[in-house]
Each structure stands twice: as C-alpha cells, then as structure tokens.
Design a binder for this molecule. Structure first.
Ligand SMILES: C[S@@+](CC[C@H](N)C(=O)[O-])C[C@H]1O[C@@H](n2cnc3c(N)ncnc32)[C@H](O)[C@@H]1O
Length: 247
C-alpha cells in the first residue's frame, strides 16, 4: 500500500477540482463548524489541512486572525505556503510538534483520521490534538461511517451492526482500494469508523463529544441519525480530577 503522502502529493494539482465534486458535503460540514465555533475564538490549527484553502476560509468567515496549517504532504504544504497563514507545520497528526501554542479551534476535516493505521495511532493523534487545545477550545472532525445506511444500504448496515454487536473488530473498517489520481493508479487504504469506535477513542484521549451529526455524502443533508451519512463531531477537552489521559 502506497504511503498516503505520495498519493496526496500526486493529488495536489487536482485537489480544488476533487473538492468541488464533493461541495454539497463539504459546504454542509463547513456550515456546522462555523455555527459551532466557540464565541471569541482567535486561533485555529488545521490538521491534515490539504491545500489549506478550506481552513483559511473557515477562519476568515469567523474572523479568526491566527491560523496554523499542517499536513504531511509536501505538495499540499507548497500550496498552503501561498495563503499567508501565521505558520505551517509539515507533519502527520500523530507527530504534531511540541509547542507552547494553544488553539481555540482545531480542525481535522474530511476523514484525516481515517488515514491512520490502527486504534493506538488514532488515540495518539487525538491526544496530541487535545494537548494543543486552549481552555474552552474545540476540535471539529469528520470521518467515514461504516454504518452509513444511505451509502451502503439498510440491509448491509443492519448486517454489519449485528456482527459488530457480537464480535467487534476494528479491522473490518480497513478498506484497500486503487485510487486513480490524474490517470495514475495508487494502491491506497482508508479506515471507516463506527459511531461506537469514535466514542471509545475520543474518551480514551481525554476528549468529550459535545455534538455529533451525520452528513449525507452526496446531498450534504444533516441528520441526527448516525446512519444517514458520514460522522461529524465537535469535541472538547474532558477534565477528570486527578486523572489525566496518558500522553
Ligand atoms: C481528503 S484530504 C482533506 C484535506 C482538508 N482537511 C480538507 O478538508 O480539504 C486528507 C488530508 O489528510 C492528509 N493526511 C494523510 N495522512 C495524514 C496524517 N497521518 N496526519 C495528518 N494528515 C494526513 C493528506 O495529506 C490530505 O491532505
């Protein structure tokens, strides 16, 4: 399986076009994020920012002046550099830099977490994100939903839910596929999550889900039923006295 950095380097020149095809979905997610950003937010970190256009736009629409963009792909980072953000970090989410900076808003949009291999790495990533949250800050992330009946059909999702209820194994959510990027085929992998799986890794990372909705991947329609689209979350740091999450 090809490293996702190589795939996103190849996708970068086509990334605007690729995003435009999913605009109903992406715009609905953006509206949810913009409506729920805590009042008075002044700083934003976009993790897995892609070409940075989306994070910069969300920040601008909420009047957030300080923006840091991060992504592991060199070609995506080259595009981020054109946008005049305050800083750029070229890194994967699980290895975000040690810094004293803290952010009011952290974005991790469009299944960035689905690029991480295995539960431990996903928890590690969320722990790093939590450490970078300012007091009262919020993280927004959306992931592909393995229990999405509007994508996979009610019957298939009922079957998956039944099997998951009896013997859950996260590896059932690992998908491998050939991705056609500009006429070149790349062997790729991505992870699809269940709502319960997200709840588990969020809690283990010392976060708390404040809001969750499903967003239809074609129409962008937002629903409370977790079976009607991809999963979109707003989470904040959970403070349990005397019990800090392991770093
Ligand atoms: C579908 S794009 C989404 C980009 C952007 N968040 C947006 O919504 O337009 C996924 C991004 O995740 C990045 N990515 C892949 N693996 C990553 C990792 N381990 N940590 C952070 N970002 C990663 C890719 O380079 C790519 O830019």
């Amino acid at each position: 399986v090809t490293d996702s950095g190589e795939i996103y380097d190849a996708l970068a020149p086509y990334y605007r076009e690729y995003s435009a095809k999913k605009s109903a979905y992406l715009d609905a997610v953006d509206r949810f994020v913009i409506e729920n950003i805590p009042a008075g937010a002044k700083s934003l970190l976009d993790v897995g920012a892609g070409d940075g256009i989306r994070g910069m736009d969300i920040a601008r629409r909420r009047g957030i002046g300080k923006v840091v963009l991060s992504d592991p792909s060199s070609e995506m980072i080259a595009r981020c550099r054109q946008l005049g953000s305050d800083d750029i970090w070229q890194c994967a989410v699980e290895s975000l830099p040690e810094t004293t900076l803290r952010f009011d808003v952290i974005l991790c949009l469009w299944n960035v977490l689905g690029h991480l291999a295995g539960r431990d790495v996903r928890v590690q990533a969320l722990l790093r994100i939590r450490q970078l949250l300012a007091p009262g800050g919020a993280i927004f992330f959306d992931v592909n939903n393995r229990h999405n009946a509007s994508g996979y059909g009610l019957f298939e999702v009922a079957r998956r839910k039944l099997i998951d209820a009896v013997a859950f194994d996260e590896r059932r959510g690992d998908a491998t596929f050939n991705w056609n990027v500009g006429g070149r085929f790349f062997p790729a992998m991505g992870h699809l999550f269940t709502p319960a799986e997200i709840k588990g890794i969020v809690e283990e990372s010392g976060l708390r889900i404040d809001k969750s909705v499903a967003v239809h991947y074609t129409t962008g329609k937002i629903s409370r039923s977790s079976m009607r689209g991809q999963l979109l979350f707003m989470a904040t740091a959970r403070h349990v006295q005397g019990q800090e999450p392991r770093a």
